[in-house]
Write a protein of this length. Sequence first.
Length: 64
Amino acid sequence: MSFFKMAARLAGVAGWLLGWRPDEFWRSTPVELEAVLRAARGEDEADSGVDTGELRRLKEMMPD
């Protein structure tokens, strides 16, 4: 699927499910859109699949 078609589909989902206008969709980042869609599905951060030990190790390696 082309970028245009996928973006149009995601914009439609954001408008229908979240009530976002097109400008709100285009101003959002992929991370923001993912977070909002996860919340809409009732998922929490624990469902993200990120290992907390690995995340802690990476934060220690790169504290900034």
